[in-house]
Design a protein around this ligand. Structure first.
Ligand code: MN
Length: 251
């Protein structure tokens, strides 16, 4: 799906990309680092793209009160003129329009093509590319269905949170038995996506927590793939302007 976002007029401020912060109450230092980022570095940007898994989990927009400082921080950044975009991750795919309206974010489909300073750029969370993880892909299909989501969201918040806790425990346990390669991007799935999307110049995604820059050559097209890192040990972001992209770690 082609989204015509971004333009090339005006001053060349950078667009920033982050993902996999996994914000939750168990890791308050990451939330503090993110709030500080929103008040400093991010204010200088043209746009901030959050490519999924901002939260460790999202039980529904009626749970927004537990995340008020984050909503507030995002809204203040948007009020300062920075465009905010959010894509669902595999943890926070239940983020809905209420949260996006409160935080002044635009929700993007996954994957999505944007115009990044003149370069056609594909952005995605990245979990759909981990096609070797057959169990996960079956789960993903199920929970991305509107009916499953409506049924889930109809339950009381406490019930949903309890279910998420048990789902997370199960997934952690399963992950400990899975080979590490299974949870990485499948090269064929990557190739197919880039072909379907007509060979974008850049591809930016997260999810695997294996940050890297990769120069690909596919059917005669040069494509740069950036994988964003997580925020567990150290926060970081990718910044892209008219001169190119650069990855940064936060102090
Ligand atoms: Mn993820």
């Amino acid at each position: 799906m082609l989204n015509k976002i971004g333009d090339d007029t005006g001053v060349s401020k950078a667009d920033l990309f982050i993902s996999d912060l996994h914000l939750c109450q168990d890791r308050p230092h990451i939330t503090q680092a993110f709030l500080a980022f929103l008040k400093s570095t991010a204010t200088q940007a043209r746009a901030l793209y959050i490519l999924g898994d901002l939260f460790e989990y999202w039980a529904g927009d009626d749970d927004m009160a537990s995340h008020q400082p984050i909503v507030e921080g995002l809204r203040q950044l948007a009020d300062g003129g920075v465009k905010l975009y959010l894509m669902h991750g595999n943890r926070d795919f239940l983020i809905g329009h209420e949260f996006c309206a409160a935080a002044k974010l635009t929700l993007l489909a996954d994957p999505c093509l944007i115009n990044l300073h003149g370069q056609t750029t594909l952005i995605s969370h990245g979990d759909a590319l981990c096609s070797d993880d057959v169990d996960y892909q079956a789960f993903r299909l199920q929970v991305r269905e509107k009916k499953w989501q409506n049924d889930f969201l109809q339950q009381p918040l406490a019930t949903r949170k309890a279910q998420i806790t048990s789902m997370r425990a199960r997934s952690e346990q399963e992950k400990s038995h899975k080979a590490s390669a299974i949870m990485d991007v499948n090269p064929l799935a990557l190739k197919q996506l880039l072909q379907e999307q007509h060979y974008p110049k850049l591809f930016i995604h997260g999810h695997t927590h294996r940050p890297q820059r990769q120069e690909l050559s596919l059917d005669g097209h040069a494509i740069t793939r950036w994988v964003l890192g997580d925020w567990y040990e150290q926060g970081g972001y990718l910044s892209c302007d008219a001169l190119g992209c650069k990855s940064h770690t936060l102090k």
